[in-house]
Design a protein around this ligand. Structure first.
Ligand code: ATP
Ligand code: MG
Length: 267
């Protein structure tokens, strides 16, 4: 699969990017491929952990009902949970707001050997804040610069940073939010506030376009992943992780002991 076509460059017009691309493949084929990729991810994650030098950070951003939770649930299912730390960033607390916007984020960057997922992230500070007029354009620009430097810092320490925007259509969002209303077992997921944010669809589109183009760098590229079909979304993100881990090429370390003449005796 050619993943480059989803990578964000200097220009981005979300309206022109398909939300329901499936690479002309059907669901069964795609799901079989995702399962195969999952097996490879399992073994690469073990190597990453054993090597203990590099780390991987996946940043997930999306509109409400965009599928961040589902992505974490399905894409990371084959991976040993001991090797992955997932952090969800909610509305900042009073203490958070007494610091710079990266203060609450940095402690959750992955340690050597680990994988980390940000379910929402420091990007909220240039998205929701901007859409609601809590920051002006000048501040947003300054924050883009701080974000680029922050991610460069992570990269220089051996962290690969991958950023994914889950791209859904307004119709798909309508359907998913309506499902949460119609199905009592999904009521807990329904937040009336989501309807207010939905009404600001175009403002979010502009904010996303701006933020993604300003911060898609070689060290920390953004990918816009078609996400109307959950099975296709899972396939693309699994492969993104796979290609990245293959490129990182983690190695099992040599034992610090001379094991050649060692054996485990009977008791
Ligand atoms: P779900 O898709 O399950 O609803 P969620 O990520 O939307 O998950 P919520 O608790 O519903 O989780 O929402 C978190 C809220 O916190 C979002 O509305 C998000 O915009 C907001 N938020 C996160 N970070 C910031 C920030 N830095 N500034 C302002 N709001 C933020
Ligand atoms: Mg929500």
């Amino acid at each position: 699969m050619n993943l480059k076509r989803y990578r964000v460059g200097k220009k981005l017009k979300l309206k022109d990017i398909s939300t329901d691309d499936t690479d002309k493949l059907d669901r069964d084929e795609i799901e079989a491929e995702t399962a195969e990729i999952g097996e490879q991810l399992t073994s690469l994650q073990e190597r990453l952990y054993a090597e203990g030098k590099q780390s991987l950070l996946l940043i997930l951003q999306a509109r409400d009902a965009g599928g961040k939770d589902g992505t974490v649930k399905h894409v990371f299912e084959p991976i040993n949970p001991q090797g992955v730390v997932i952090t969800s960033f909610k509305v900042p607390t009073e203490t958070d707001l007494k610091h710079d916007f990266l203060w609450r984020v940095h402690p959750h960057a992955p340690a050597a050997g680990m994988m980390a997922v940000f379910n929402r992230s420091h990007y909220e500070d240039v998205l929701v804040t901007r859409v609601h007029g809590l920051i002006d354009d000048e501040t947003a620009k300054t924050r883009f610069k701080h974000i680029r430097h922050f991610e460069e810092l992570l990269a220089s320490r051996g962290t690969r940073v991958l950023k994914v925007y889950l791209h859904i259509s307004p119709e798909e969002q309508r359907q998913r939010l309506q499902d949460r209303l119609d199905d009592p077992s999904k009521h807990w997921k329904f937040n009336p506030g989501d309807l207010k944010e939905r009404a600001l669809w175009d403002d979010y589109t502009r904010a996303y376009q701006d933020a993604l183009t300003a911060t898609s760098t070689d060290e920390a590229p953004w990918y816009v992943v078609p996400a109307d079909h959950k099975w296709y979304r899972n396939r693309v993100i699994s492969e993104l992780l796979l290609e990245t881990l293959q490129d990182m090429n983690p190695q099992y370390p040599k034992s610090e002991y001379d094991l050649t003449n060692m054996a485990v005796g009977e008791l």
